[in-house]
Design a protein around this ligand. Sequence first.
Ligand SMILES: [Zn+2]
Length: 335
Amino acid sequence: MTDVHQKLFPTTIIGSHPKPKWLNRVRNLNEEGEFSDERLQEAMDDAVRVVADEHERAGIDILGDGEMRREEMVEYFAHRIPGYDFNGPVRVWGNNYFEKPSVVDELGDPEPMLVDEFEFTRRAVSEGHGVKVPITGPYTLYDWSFDEVYGDKRELIMRLADIVNDEIRRLADAGAKYIQIDEPALSTRPEDIDLVVEATQRVVDGVTKEEHDNIERQIMHVCYGDYGAIYPRMLDIPVDQFSLEFVNQDFAHVEEFAEHDFDKEIGFGCVDIHDREVEAVGEIKSNIERAFGFVDPEQVWVNPDCGVKLLPRDVAFGKLENMSQAAEELREEYE
Ligand SMILES: [Zn+2]
């Protein structure tokens, strides 16, 4: 039996999906003490089933739980890693606040953080689909926290890399095939690319697709920044695939990428998550074809620029559905 990723242009998501309004309501009721933790858990389980089904109906091959159990990509892990604490929200932009965690003690080993959610999602997904597990990478965990203990950037990043590696080992042993290491902080701090190369070596140690029977892909997602500043050094990061945003940057880096041998797969961001207009199938097809400027069709996976959680739910669905249709039509043309 062939795996779903072995066809041309497999479709996937980056991670987050809009939460059903009722889930937010249940979470508020839980915080106010009106709903038990057990009820919140049940609501999150139900939301995962609904969203996994939404991904399937939209035609996504390698899907996920839409991060229904996570509020934010650093906070989720910081709540689970011993040695982190929270001192209250920090203003990030406009009236948006972020619970920026602090490292207040030497970091201990957490209990498994993602294995239960992976196993639940896998059971919720029907035959012929894969499940991708996003995990926040050590550089972003470091960069979006305060350090009150280590005082040595490299030491803290490497400690976090060991923690992330332990978790990926557990996921791989549980049967996870597709891991996505999220490092959005990387492209805003290109001067730290060497540290990210070194940290990622430790993150994937023992769980590369060559080393672990279950693993098919180690993927890194980077968004927001200037990829040109980290290219081609970026190609030394030991992952099989980069999933990157292209539409929102107006394909600015396609030509730059073509200047060197792009010897990995590309998860090609082909729909804009900042635009509430659902792109037409034809437009998405020509977006995807921009990738052939620096890679062959066999190297291309198809995904949105980034997680779609800030879009209205029907818009998010419409974008994923048209994206899948575009990939399907291209598959017929290129096979
Ligand atoms: Zn992103």
